[in-house]
Design a protein around this ligand. Structure first.
Ligand SMILES: [Zn+2]
Length: 398
């Protein structure tokens, strides 16, 4: 479903969402907002508050939330896209659209490593990264923002290569360690060059994911000093517990937990981050498509798993997939805050969940039901075809 595309005339679009039952901000410091209405103009949030206090006149789209919760669109910090809404990894179509039905509105590529015949020479890998960046910004499957074009570093790259990539619009490095650079000193040098040109970085942490990839242990991860410790819970094979604890304690970088990883190691990381008072470092990804397939509900499954087994309140676990990721990845979405991108998910308790309400149902380990998604102020999907049915769903009122 697509409603209210920006008008060809250039007239402003105004989205008003009223009758919100619970507003989850995505901000760890203040996860629940006292508000029932959100206004967005031309895809940006312009007002959050009580309906009587906001200018809700002249809406081009009016949504009655019908008492359900509104959250920021979820961010998957770790995907491996190839081309459009197709992945050769498990020969699947429409995995991005299916993820939108799991509440994901933004994805970050950790490298287009499943591209058949992907080039590993420097000019080739740069060309492929720039092509992927262009393709995914020119074509957004179901409106989902896929930040692709994530080069995987190879020996021999020089500072000017990173300058050229950044100038061409590349913003993220693919997982360090998936290419020929597997040693700490080389990784550190290249990651620093990337950072100097504004490119955010991540690393493959743990054992090999598939035949042909290798082990990256804690010493390499610490030396490389990427912005994100990619799948600290393994993708799939996790490091020994003492190495995971040291990664949490010995640096301040992002701690990425993925669905395609070791769940026990994810809980260990969560517990350690909580003991350090550093839950602001925890972010979520799926690491799909991969050997484990694609996970349209991977992010909400992680939220529910971490909340129910890790003892974190649901509204906090939601921040791992929204505000935390936006901050550590420098994105303009992920928070319900004036000026941010108008990317939203409408959620309610799934039908017949034993939970008293949405948050309690997640704390019990159930998945939420998704009733609608919005990206850039435009309705992108209605009642999810993938989640259990939400008890109540929003409606377009005008
Ligand atoms: Zn990996």
């Amino acid at each position: 479903m697509s409603h209210d595309e920006p008008s060809a005339s250039g007239a402003p679009t105004k989205l008003v969402i009223r009758n919100i039952g619970l507003l989850l901000s995505g901000d760890l410091q203040n996860p629940i907002l006292d508000a029932d209405t959100v206004v967005a103009i031309d895809g940006r949030i312009t007002g959050i508050g009580r309906q009587k206090d906001l200018d809700t006149e002249g809406a081009t789209t009016l949504i009655d939330a019908n008492g359900v919760a509104l959250t920021p669109g979820l961010i998957d910090s770790h995907v491996h896209p190839v081309a459009g809404d197709w992945t050769p990894r498990q020969s699947q179509l429409n995995w991005i659209d299916s993820s939108l039905h799991g509440g994901v509105t933004t994805m970050i590529s950790a490298g287009e490593v499943h591209t058949p015949g992907r080039p590993r020479d420097i000019v080739g890998l740069k060309a492929m990264a720039i092509t992927a960046q262009r393709c995914f910004s020119n074509f957004r499957a179901s409106g989902v923002k896929v930040h692709a074009g994530a080069p995987v570093i190879e020996p021999g790259m020089e500072e000017h290569d990173f300058a050229e990539l950044a100038a061409a619009g590349v913003r993220f490095l693919g997982e360090v360690g998936l290419g020929g650079v597997k040693d700490g000193p080389t990784a550190r040098k290249m990651v620093a060059w990337a950072r100097q040109y504004g490119i955010n970085s991540t690393i493959h942490t743990g054992g090999p994911s598939i035949p042909g990839s290798g082990l990256i242990d804690k010493d390499v991860v610490l030396e490389a000093d990427t912005d994100i410790i990619g799948h600290i819970n393994g993708g799939h094979t996790a490091l020994p517990d003492d190495q995971i604890v040291s990664l949490c304690e010995c640096c301040k970088r992002g701690l990425e937990l993925v669905h395609n990883g070791n769940e026990r190691a994810a809980l260990l990381t969560l517990r350690t981050a909580a003991e350090l008072g550093e839950l602001n470092r925890v972010i979520l990804g799926t690491d799909g498509p991969a050997g484990s397939g694609v996970q349209p509900l991977g992010i909400i499954r992680m939220i529910s798993m971490l909340s129910s087994l890790g003892g974190v309140p649901a509204e906090i676990a939601l921040c791992f997939a929204t505000g935390n990721t936006a901050r550590l990845r420098a994105l303009d979405c992920g928070l319900l805050e004036v000026g941010r991108s108008a990317d939203f998910v409408f959620m309610d308790k799934a039908q017949h969940s034993a939970g008293r309400d949405l948050l309690h149902s997640i704390a019990l380990g159930d998945l939420p039901g998704i009733g609608m998604t919005v990206i850039d102020g435009i309705v992108r999907s209605g009642r999810s075809r993938n989640t259990p049915p939400a008890t109540r769903v929003p409606a377009i009122a005008g």
